[in-house]
Structure formats: structure tokens, C-alpha cells
Design a protein around this ligand. Structure first.
Ligand code: 21W
Length: 249
């Protein structure tokens, strides 16, 4: 997949794109991320990319012209893919949306900065607006990195076979079970006995129970939609009635 990122701060992206799984995916040619600095596209003498808002008010608004020209330069004639503006009014990014975007040939991500972008650029140059959550950032760059990271995980081959995206948190609508690694005892704290005995059926059952309990405790809103068997629902209701009971092992 190719992802073009249009921004006035391309330098913000380097370490994120080079490190870890994104870095490996790019080395393997599974992901081709191209950064385009919007500023050189400005037709103004001083290469300005923003101006004061008509009608007054605080902050600056990004000019339509440099954005439209930068967009045209990366999209060319027969563009196939989705042109996305990262903005606080957009459709919320979810696992389902990331999975959907990962099937595209190309994505173009437009990052606004300061107070926003001239509406005419949004009306003519982008297909959709996506938000990463209900809080205010200083610009779309961090959101573009979040979206790139989240989408990349669903590109076939990006995750090793040991780390399939399906098995992870939210995929079944439940939170994850707690994890432990060596040493078996650390600062007087031990690892749950069930994980040390090699009984894989028992371990799977314990992890499932822990996922159910964690979800009930931290994100009870998720339980309504989660794929629980009737037996699991009864078991969980029982646990919540008698919360002190020992469930380990
Ligand atoms: C902050 C843009 C505030 C616009 C009147 C009309 C991208 C983001 C962003 C930003 C405003 C995302 C105004 C979650 C985010 C982003 C910067 C509002 C003022 N006054 N996801 N408009 N949260 N934020 N403009 O902030 O660019 S994705």
C-alpha cells in the first residue's frame, strides 16, 4: 500500500516511520509512505501556507491553493484510493475503519495545522474526514501517524505470523487478559500458577475468564456488543455478584 502524507511539518514523521513495525514494513516494501511538504506548493512570494480567517476570530486558516496543488501532484490523473483529511469533525477511527482502509491501493492523508483548513480545499480535494477521538490536538500530524500505524497492521505480512491482528484487543470486543514473563517471582510478586503448568486448555480458559473480568471492570460498555456465550454471560454475572472470590487457577 502507498500512503502519501501532505503536511507543513514533514520532519515530525521520521522517527515514527523508521522505527519498529512500520520501519520493517517499509523495508520489506509492504508499505510505501511518501511525505509531501505543502509549503513549496505555495504560489505566494514568501511561500505562506496560511492566512487570517475571513470574518475574524482567533488563529490562522490554511490556504486552499497550496493544498490543492500538493494534492494534484500526488494524485495525478487516474487516482485510485481515498483522500482523507484528518480533522476533529470526522468519522471516528476504529479497528473496523482501519481494516477497511487497509484494503485500498492508496491513501492520501491531508494534515491541517493551527485552526483548520479553508473549507473550499476540503470540499474539492478530499473524500472524507477522519478523527482519532474526542479531544483536541494542535494539528493532524499525530493523527496521521496514528492512522498509518493502525492501518499498517492490517496489511498482509506486516505483522509476523505470531502476532495476527485478529487475536488482539477489541477483535472479539473484549479487553486483553494480563500477561507475564520471566522471572517467575519479581519483587515478591509471583506469576499466576495456571500459566506455569503447561495445561493449554486450562490456560486458554483462564485467559478467557480474565478477559471477561477485565472488560466488565474497565470497559463494561463493550460487553453489550461482545461475542459471549450464554454460559459466559451467566458466569460473569455470578462473578460480579461475588467479586471477592478467587478466580485464578
Ligand atoms: C483543532 C483543528 C481545532 C481544528 C471555528 C471553526 C486532526 C484532530 C485533528 C484542530 C480545530 C483529530 C474553529 C482528534 C483533533 C486536528 C487541530 C477547530 C477552530 N473555529 N482527531 N473552526 N482531534 N486538530 N478549529 O484535534 O487537526 S484528526
Amino acid at each position: 500500500m502507498r500512503i502519501d502524507i501532505l503536511t507543513i511539518f514533514p520532519e515530525m514523521f521520521r522517527s515514527v516511520l523508521d522505527a519498529s513495525i512500520l520501519g520493517r514494513a517499509r523495508e520489506q516494501g509492504l508499505l510505501d509512505v511518501r511525505l509531501t511538504d505543502i509549503r513549496p506548493f505555495s504560489a505566494l512570494k514568501h511561500k505562506n501556507t496560511d492566512d487570517y480567517p475571513f470574518g475574524g476570530g482567533a488563529g490562522m486558516v490554511m490556504l486552499a491553493q497550496p493544498i490543492a496543488d500538493a494534492m494534484a501532484s500526488v494524485c495525478g490523473e487516474n487516482f485510485r484510493g481515498r483522500r482523507i483529511y484528518l480533522g476533529p469533525r470526522g468519522r471516528k477511527l476504529t479497528t473496523a475503519l482501519a481494516r477497511e482502509l487497509a484494503r485500498e491501493e492508496r491513501l492520501v492523508l491531508l494534515c491541517g495545522h493551527y485552526e483548520g483548513v479553508d473549507q473550499r480545499a476540503l470540499d474539492t480535494c478530499v473524500d472524507e474526514e477522519i478523527s482519532i477521538g474526542d479531544y483536541i490536538l494542535t494539528g493532524g500530524e499525530l493523527a496521521a501517524m496514528v492512522l498509518t500505524d493502525c492501518v499498517a497492521r492490517f496489511i498482509p505480512g506486516v505483522l509476523g505470523s505470531a502476532e495476527s491482528p485478529e487475536e488482539e484487543s477489541f477483535s472479539e470486543g473484549l479487553l486483553e487478559y494480563p500477561q507475564y514473563t520471566r522471572p517467575r517471582e519479581w519483587n515478591g510478586l509471583t506469576v499466576p500458577e495456571v500459566l506455569l503448568n503447561g495445561d493449554h486448555a486450562k490456560i486458554a480458559a483462564w485467559r478467557r475468564q480474565q478477559s471477561l473480568l477485565a472488560t466488565a471492570r474497565f470497559r463494561p460498555d463493550l460487553l453489550a456488543e461482545a461475542a459471549l456465550t450464554p454460559k459466559e454471560r451467566r458466569w460473569l454475572a455470578e462473578q460480579l455478584e461475588t467479586p471477592d472470590e478467587e478466580t485464578e487457577g
